[in-house]
Design a protein around this ligand. Structure first.
Ligand code: ADP
Ligand code: MG
Length: 338
């Protein structure tokens, strides 16, 4: 006699969803990252009621095989890693194979997709249960629509903040992805209002212009440095323009926007006395390194990572930022009139 039993798949997914799908912004993040992993060069996001009523993400990536599509909604089902060795060389944004299963378990999902040389299809799921599949005419790529988010998890729905706060979180998420992937043309709309539009030409400075505006963009200085382990590019806004919180410091590691206290602190140290007390810079730091040196499998949202040589990287960042800003100080931004 035993009393322990395995939970039904749908229930297990809904429990797991609590970790991956905290709020509408989490859904936007996972769907847009999937589009990037699918090789999309153009991604469009549409939102209604801060994503609670509807989130639609359309991409021109490689699309789904119709046979594969139901499997994509199973937990721990992924095309991105195959075995344990792959876990140490992750180059894609996703690899845990749980986002679609989690999202679908707490919403209604429509997936439309077509691969080159295949016919398109449309598939609908309610609470993760497949309800219909039919042929659909469309271009190569994928369109995923998530509606009625958290319809079956009332506590989660209640916990959501105001629309304005949820929308701000979505915008922040989109901005970070845009900064991490300037080669992707990203456009996002909330009920006909444009939230973001990048041109996808690969120039990170132009993404900063799209997000922060002309005044900030005109104050960017760039720096780069390289060691055996790291290659680093910094886009530093001159300390004449500051903000009241650290949110405007963006860290990008191997194409993934991450949170890391020590790395952020090294940027701040680099600016050091150039910043007034209580003010923070606007800066984007891109670091590329061997994926062996990062462990991204720390948290389901993948925003936290562990670095093998964090101290070394911190020093490199601080030195690069400091040197660059110091050099800049010697060059006046406006030539004095004779
Ligand atoms: P993961 O991204 O960790 O692999 P997901 O649950 O996010 O897990 O997605 C499951 C699988 O569905 C992916 O591995 C990928 O093969 C496929 N997929 C998801 N989104 C897209 C997309 N926009 N275009 C093509 N394939 C996709
Ligand atoms: Mg994914």
């Amino acid at each position: 006699m035993g009393i322990i039993q395995e939970l039904p798949e749908q229930l297990a997914n809904r429990i797991a969803a609590g970790e991956v799908v905290e709020r509408p912004a989490s859904v936007v993040k996972e769907l847009v990252e999937n589009a990037i992993d699918a090789g999309a060069t153009k991604i469009e996001v549409e939102l209604v009621e801060a994503g609670i009523r509807l989130i639609k993400v359309r991409d021109n990536g490689h699309g789904f095989y119709e046979d594969d599509a139901p499997r994509a909604f199973l937990r721990h089902a992924t095309s991105k890693i195959r075995d344990e060795h792959d876990l140490f060389r992750i180059r894609t944004l996703g690899f845990r194979g749980e986002a679609l299963a989690s999202i679908a378990s707490v919403s209604h999902v429509t997936l439309k997709s077509r691969r080159a040389e295949e016919v398109g299809f449309e598939m609908t799921l309610e609470g993760g249960v497949l309800t219909e599949t039919k042929p659909a005419a469309m271009n190569v790529g994928t369109e995923i629509t998530v509606s009625q988010l958290f319809y079956n998890t009332p506590a989660r729905l209640k916990y959501l903040k105001t629309s304005a706060t949820e929308l701000a979180s979505i915008t922040d998420t989109l901005n970070r992805i845009a900064l991490s992937h300037p080669e992707v043309r990203l456009a996002a709309y909330h009920e006909d209002k444009e939230l973001l539009r990048t041109n996808g030409n690969g120039d990170l400075k132009q993404v900063m212009l799209a997000i922060y505006g002309r005044q900030v963009a005109s104050q960017i200085v760039t720096a780069s440095s390289k060691t055996n382990d790291y290659s680093l590019s910094a886009y530093l806004v001159r300390p004449e323009v500051t903000r009241s919180n650290k949110q405007y410091v963006t860290l990008i590691l191997n194409g993934r926007s991450i949170k890391n206290f020590a790395l952020t602190q090294s940027i701040l140290e680099g600016y050091h006395t150039l910043l007034p007390i209580g003010r923070y810079p606007i800066a984007v730091l891109e670091v590329n390194m061997d994926p062996m040196l990062i462990d991204v499998n720390v948290h389901p949202t993948k925003r936290e990572v562990r670095l093998s040589k964090e101290k070394e990287l911190c020093q490199l960042i601080q030195d690069t930022v400091q040197l660059t800003l110091r050099e800049q100080r010697l060059i006046p931004t406006v030539q004095p009139k004779p």
